[in-house]
Design a protein around this ligand. Structure first.
Ligand SMILES: Cc1ncc(COP(=O)(O)O)c(C=O)c1O
Length: 446
């Protein structure tokens, strides 16, 4: 956690950090929590009727969860592990939706024990299973969507079509299960706002049917799929305008229906910038053209933070930090550090020549990166370093105040006192470290 005097961009912060690093070249993320906060402000001002429930699967960093909890968001959890993580941080069960249509029985039991009442389903077997385990659960029926314009599609796996949805409502009525609303997900990286508009209209139809059969359908969940990379602000505004119009048309603001969403990438994508180091390189000659080509090996790859290349269809763009005198560009490829040939981040890109030890910055790396990374080949992946201005820290530091335990505090104090740390450590930051999973990260000011 680094508190800066004044405002730094991620790139400026990374430059500064690298200057201070000397020989240490492990990959790291510069995490801009103010960006997450600004996203929240944009959300609640753009879609004031839609309460965001952050999709924890996208990035389960406790410091993001704490901040969003402090800002008043709810949470979409996909498993027992996520529910536990969020509740351990003090979030109450009524702020959680268990939004996984196909759930392990023991996790449904766990939800009941903890008081997480609201959960999604999309088929009869799941309905019968929940009836057996948690008969008083409040069910949300997930509808299928047209996600053909999304980067990551889910409709082949989840969601009931309109006819099936009506049958499920009838079945729920027969077995005395309570359906409280409808959800959908238009696919992650959805490229058209029309997908949201159509899905909202379908939700209205199904909720009308539920009401007709005697249910009180009072929850609409418009899922995730909202863009979060830098530069997608206009597209987000377009989706927000279309969603607002559609909910005003189909769900007049009379207090009868609560509207929520499950944004994941929207909140975190742009807040995380990854810094990686060139650890090896190979010069080659293209046999056909005789041109020089280069292969660069960096210290994070597709088993680590760049798993988004495989799972999220992401094409990360390198941003070179080293100043290169020559403007000449060469065909280059960028590889991860493991011994696997699959571990390739860029197969072919024109870049200036790099040397071992150069740093490469990757922006928009917060979504579906660290949450699925592993240390394959015993190699670490990017570790988050949170940076923010003193002014911002002062506004949000309450989010990071844990219930203080004296023994913990004293131990931390002793450890920090015995560390040779040339940076200034501020006493009032110590409580924050106590709750930090990455305890080695000192609080410093620059
Ligand atoms: C049920 C559910 N909700 C929300 C999300 C978050 O989607 P996004 O990150 O595109 O907003 C996902 C992503 O997989 C999901 O499966």
């Amino acid at each position: 956690m680094v508190i800066t005097q004044g405002q730094y961009t991620a790139e400026e912060f990374i430059q500064k950090k690298i200057e201070l690093l000397k020989d240490e070249v492990e990959p790291f993320f510069a995490v801009d929590l103010e960006d997450v906060c600004n996203k929240h402000i944009r959300w609640i001002t753009s879609m004031p009727r839609v309460k965001p429930h952050y999709a924890v699967k996208c990035n389960d960093d406790v410091n993001v969860i704490k901040l969003l909890s402090y800002l008043g968001a709810g949470f979409d959890c996909a498993s027992k592990g996520e529910m536990k993580k969020v509740m351990d941080l003090g979030v109450s069960a009524d702020r959680i939706i268990y939004a996984n249509p196909c759930k392990q029985s023991s996790y449904i039991r766990y939800a009941e024990e903890c008081g997480v009442e609201t959960m999604t389903f999309d088929n009869e077997q799941e309905l019968l299973k929940i009836k057996q385990i948690y008969p008083s659960a409040k069910l949300v029926l997930r509808l299928v969507t047209d996600d053909s314009n999304a980067v990551c599609r889910f409709s082949m796996k989840f969601g009931a079509d309109m006819k099936t949805a009506c049958r499920l409502i009838e079945k729920a009525k027969d077995i005395d299960m309570e359906i409280v609303g409808v959800s959908f997900h238009c696919g992650s990286g959805q490229m058209t706002s029309k997908a949201f508009v159509d899905a909202i209209q379908n939700a209205r139809t199904i909720m009308n049917y539920g009401n007709k059969l005697g249910f009180t359908m009072n929850l609409l969940d418009i899922g995730g799929g909202y863009p979060g990379n830098t530069g997608t602000e206009d597209y987000f505004a377009e989706i927000a305008a279309a969603v607002n119009q559609a909910i005003d048309n189909h769900f007049p603001d009379d207090g009868s229906v609560r509207i929520i969403a499950e944004p994941g990438r929207y909140y975190v994508a742009s807040a995380y910038s990854l810094a990686t180091n060139v650890i090896a390189s190979r010069d080659m000659i293209d046999n056909e053209t005789g041109d020089e080509k280069y292969m660069y090996y960096i210290n994070d790859g597709v088993y680590g933070s760049f798993n988004c290349v495989l799972y999220d269809h992401y094409v990360p763009e390198p941003c070179l930090l080293a100043k290169n005198e020559s403007n000449e560009k060469f065909t280059s490829s960028i590889w991860g550090p493991t011994c696997d040939g699959l571990d390739c981040i860029q197969t072919s890109i024109k870049m200036p020549k790099l040397v071992i030890g150069d740093w490469i910055l990757w922006k928009n790396m917060g979504a579906y990166t660290i949450s699925a990374a592993v240390q394959f080949n015993g190699l670490p992946y990017g570790k988050p370093i949170y940076f923010m201005s003193k002014q911002f820290w002062d506004t949000i530091k309450e989010a990071y105040q844990p219930p203080r335990r004296k023994s913990q505090y004293d131990a931390q104090l002793m450890r920090l006192n015995s560390t040779d740390c040339s940076n200034e450590i501020e006493d009032d930051m110590l409580p924050w470290i106590l709750e930090d999973p990455i305890e080695e990260t000192p609080v410093v000011t620059i």
